[in-house]
Design a protein around this ligand. Structure first.
Ligand code: NAD
Length: 356
């Protein structure tokens, strides 16, 4: 395990995407997105994804220097085709279109289909919150191998289908950002645990025979294991509706057998953006959020060193800590990065002593 200064890690990611063919501004957006995921503690969606991403580029399932396009616009309803652009680019464009529309009409519904993997969904909620807007994002996954078992089932039939809900609060530095997979943990966290040689907590995984296990390796053997949904039947029900909202309703496609294991990852995303000031007075809203947040977080903590937080707080805390001390990168992730870099003729240096 090493600690790498986030600016150094950002430079490495930037070089890799430029070498892979992206124009500098595109490479910058993708690199920023990945580093931000690491900074916010979601290493599953940080630079560790780059080797997979470069494989997808090589197998022609994602294209550099594309943005996607608006397919149709009907009042507040927009269909956006990602056209297999990098997901960080297509989803950003689609959400920017949604923000502009919600400012104009009070609400926007954006159906994003067919981008490459869009990364940390919280990024898009944060964009809306920064614009003073409330947003909902429902996401599904196709073209990858299914990773999550339905409640009462014993094998994987869909993916980690994340949900993000963002609400701007009175403090612009502290928006409410719920951003989570509907599985017990994100699939990338299984990869991170495997890379670190760690076991997972009980109740997260089943093995290839449908039996509970704590071994992350179960996801990398045949027959393959599966993640379980969070919150038992409730997480399953939420994952199920994500599949239908993002896969079916957005026109991106669901993870039916024909759309599995195609050596890449595609996200459908249904985004709903609302201008809250069209519903309530903004000052009143801020006062309500501030008062209720203060009330909830004043609950005496069960453990003195673990105060009650609001969604988005853990990520902000991790971000401050990692900006100060560096981003932890495990040896296997670093090895995979250097191998992937070599594949596109880039030599990435081990971090210098100042990197920790
Ligand atoms: P997680 O289990 O860490 O849950 C994160 C959510 O819980 C955040 O909203 C966080 O603020 C909140 N939270 C955590 N502790 C809290 C506390 N004590 N009090 C209040 N709120 C708290 O995250 P995850 O489910 O592992 O997801 C990780 C990332 O993976 C997310 O960014 C998600 O968007 C991303 N993801 C992406 C895809 C994709 O296909 N693109 C798929 C799955 C997950």
């Amino acid at each position: 395990m090493m600690l790498i200064d986030h600016a150094e890690l950002q430079r490495i990611a930037l070089r890799l995407f430029e070498a892979a063919g992206s124009q500098p501004d595109e490479a910058q957006i993708i690199a920023d997105h990945l580093i931000e995921a690491n900074l916010r503690g979601h290493d599953s969606h940080g630079v560790g994804l780059i080797p997979n991403y470069l494989q997808h580029l090589a197998n022609g399932t994602v294209f550099a220097n594309r943005k996607g396009r608006i397919v149709s616009e009907d009042g507040s309803l927009i269909v956006y085709d990602g056209e297999r652009a990098w997901g960080q680019i297509a989803a950003r464009e689609a959400v920017m279109v949604g923000i502009a529309k919600a400012r104009e009409t009070g609400v926007a519904v954006v159906a994003l289909r067919n981008p490459h993997h869009i990364g940390r969904v919280g990024t898009y909620g944060e964009m809306c919150a920064e614009a003073g807007l409330v947003s909902f994002h429902f996401v599904n996954v196709t073209d990858a191998r299914p990773a999550v078992a339905p409640w009462r089932g014993t094998d994987a039939r869909f993916s980690t289908n994340p949900v993000c809900i963002a609400i701007p609060g009175p403090d612009p530095e502290r928006p409410i950002i719920l951003d989570m997979a509907t599985s017990t943990i994100a699939m990338g966290k299984v990869r991170v645990a495997r890379n670190k040689g760690e076991r997972l907590k009980p109740g997260i995984l089943i093995d290839g025979e449908g039996k509970p296990t704590t071994d992350p390796g179960a996801m990398y053997r045949q027959p393959r294991g599966a993640l379980m949904t969070m919150g038992e039947h409730k997480g399953y029900a939420l994952a199920f509706v994500c599949e239908m909202l993002a896969g079916a309703l957005c026109g991106s496609g669901t993870m039916r057998p024909e759309r599995q294991g195609r050596g890449t990852a595609t996200n459908g995303m249904l985004t709903i953006v609302i201008d809250p000031s069209r519903l309530v007075d903004r000052e009143w809203l801020h006062e309500e959020i501030a008062a209720m947040t203060a009330y909830i977080t004043a609950s005496p903590p069960a453990r003195p060193d673990e105060p009650v937080l609001i969604p988005g707080d853990p990520e902000r805390r991790t971000r401050a800590e990692r900006i100060a001390n560096g981003v932890p990168i495990d040896d296997e992730t670093w090895r995979e990065l250097t191998v992937a870099a070599r594949g596109i003729n880039v030599l990435i240096e081990p971090p210098g002593p100042e990197s920790g």
